[in-house]
Design a protein around this ligand. Structure first.
Ligand code: CP
Ligand code: NVA
Length: 311
């Protein structure tokens, strides 16, 4: 019997065992190549003879470079394009694009303006599709973040993570995965930029331990990890309203002092220094943001390996 295509679109669609297997593989692959040059392929090269296509409807530094590095380290190759350089930019449908690329490559990563486009691409594709960020989630980033927490503070199960600021796509993906991996998630967001209610309802059904508040101090108190993100995501148009509503949610040294004494700070980057986070925190001893950025490569290698059925 043929296996269904393994798309990686939303963390809530994966079970805890698959997520655990991806994370364990990422830790092991990173350890196995310690001291190697970035371009050297892993010994097992599970993507040998495979090509990854990447489509970008939005800007990217980390996702673009880390996926390219990842597929090379797995022994494969990549083809990268912005959507505006493709016929997609002139109105060719997502479905026709999916059918054509499925004949040319072995997997497709897309960074999309609308989550619906990621789903339409996956529906029409016969090869795995990976969500490299949409307005509804950033699942690859969240696995890199969890990997980073585990590297520095041990297993994620039982930890308390505090999300402070915009209830955005990053926040949604943390809500998706909290019940699967057994951590507590405290979210502090203003009413205007509250996390997605459907995501919260699903997590509640899955017995997720998620608390929401509008008080950043309440969310951060005793937390093992404090996290934030830009107040104005790509595609957001209400810039001034956001800066005003989110101003009390800046992560600074005073807020970090309420977290657990050995707490760490995460930010997916790019950061807007002096807005959602101060220089003191971002560049301080508790900040893991550079490891977090590097771990995009390691986590995505294991996501790709899972998509290819190698995990
Ligand atoms: N964190 C992240 O996805 O960064 P880029 O937008 O640079 O890809
Ligand atoms: N929430 C941000 C994340 C960028 C990596 C955005 O969507 O723009």
């Amino acid at each position: 019997m043929t296996q269904p295509v393994r798309h990686f679109l939303d963390l809530w669609k994966l079970d805890g065992a698959a997520l655990r297997a991806i994370l364990d593989d990422a830790h092991a692959r990173k350890a196995a190549r310690k001291g190697w040059t970035q371009g050297r392929a892993d010994a097992d090269a599970p993507a040998r003879d495979r090509t990854l296509a990447m489509i970008f409807q939005k800007n990217s530094t980390r996702t673009r470079f880390s996926f390219d590095a990842a597929i090379r380290q797995l022994g494969g190759a990549s083809i990268i394009s912005t959507a505006s350089d493709m016929q997609l930019g002139r109105g060719e449908t997502i479905e026709d694009t999916a059918k054509v690329l499925s004949r040319m490559v072995d997997a497709i990563m897309i960074r999309a303006n609308r989550h619906e486009d990621v789903e339409r691409l996956a529906y029409a594709s016969t090869v795995p599709v990976i969500n490299g960020l949409s307005d509804k989630g950033h699942p690859c980033q969240i696995l890199a973040d969890i990997m980073t927490i585990e590297e520095h503070r041990g297993p994620i199960a039982g930890k308390t993570l505090a999300w402070v600021g915009d209830g955005n796509n990053m926040c949604s993906s943390f809500i998706h995965v909290a019940p699967k991996l057994g951590f507590q998630l405290n979210i502090a967001a203003p009413a205007l930029y509250h996390p997605d209610l459907m995501d919260l309802a699903r997590a509640e059904q899955e017995q997720g331990r998620i608390n929401t508040t509008d008080d950043p101090r309440e969310a951060a108190s005793g937390a093992d990890v404090v996290m934030t993100d830009t107040w104005v995501s790509m595609g957001d148009v209400d810039h001034d309203e956001r800066l005003e509503a989110l101003e009390p949610y800046q992560v600074d040294a005073a807020l970090m002092s309420l977290a657990a004494p050995d707490s760490v700070f995460l930010h997916c980057l790019p950061a807007h220094r002096g807005e959602e986070v101060t220089d003191e925190v971002l560049d301080g001893p508790r900040s893991l943001v550079w490891d977090e950025a590097e771990n995009r490569i390691h986590a995505q290698k294991s996501i790709l390996a899972w998509c290819f059925g190698a995990i």
